[in-house]
Design a protein around this ligand. Structure first.
Ligand code: FES
Length: 155
C-alpha cells in the first residue's frame, strides 16, 4: 500500500517567524535594507545565508521517528511527529553539545521525544522543546519544506 504524504495541510512556520512572513522574505527585506544603506557585500551575505539543501525523501523518515543528516557541514535532525508533518532541528544537544546520533541515521525516540545518547536529555519531535533534562533549552528549529516526496531544509 502506498502512503500519500501531504504536508500542504500543515501551515505551521517552523522558523518561529509570524505567519505570512517567510524566512526568505525576511532575509530578502534585510538584504534590501543593507543594499539601501550601501552595504552590498553584507547584502550578498544575507542572500547566501538562506541556502536550500535537498536533504532526503519523505519515505526516509518514518512516522514517529527522527533521523540525523549531515548537511552543509551541520548536523540536522528531520522528524515526522505525525503523518505528513515534517520538522527539522539542529542535531546538536543543547546540554553539552553532543550530536543526537553518533552518525548519520536514526535518532533514538521514546514516546515522541528524541533522546540524546550522552546524558539522556529528551526533545519533543514536533517542537524541539525539552521533555527531559539535563538540557534546559530547546533544539533550534530549521526551516523545512516538503515538495511531493522531496524534503528540503534552508539555513
Ligand atoms: S549532551 Fe545531551 S544530555 Fe548531555
Amino acid at each position: 500500500m502506498s502512503e500519500l504524504i501531504n504536508c500542504q495541510s500543515d501551515k505551521t512556520n517552523v522558523t518561529g517567524v509570524p505567519a505570512g512572513i517567510t524566512r526568505r522574505s525576511a532575509l530578502t527585506a534585510f538584504a534590501a535594507a543593507l543594499a539601501f544603506v550601501g552595504l552590498s557585500s553584507a547584502s550578498e551575505s544575507a542572500y547566501a545565508a538562506a541556502k536550500t539543501y535537498k536533504i532526503c525523501k519523505t519515505t526516509d523518515v518514518k512516522v514517529g521517528s527522527a533521523r540525523m543528516f549531515s548537511v552543509g557541514g551541520r548536523a540536522i535532525v528531520v522528524t515526522q511527529p505525525k503523518k505528513g508533518v515534517f520538522r527539522a532541528f539542529n542535531g546538536v544537544c543543547t546540554h553539552q553539545g553532543a550530536p543526537l546520533a553518533a552518525r548519520v541515521g536514526t535518532v533514538r525516540t521514546v514516546s515522541g521525544s528524541m533522546i540524546c545518547p550522552e546524558h539522556s536529555a529528551g526533545f519533543d519531535t514536533n517542537t524541539g522543546a525539552v521533555t527531559r533534562g539535563p538540557a534546559s533549552s530547546p533544539l533550534s528549529k530549521i526551516a523545512i519544506k516538503v515538495s511531493a516526496t522531496q524534503v528540503s531544509v534552508s539555513f
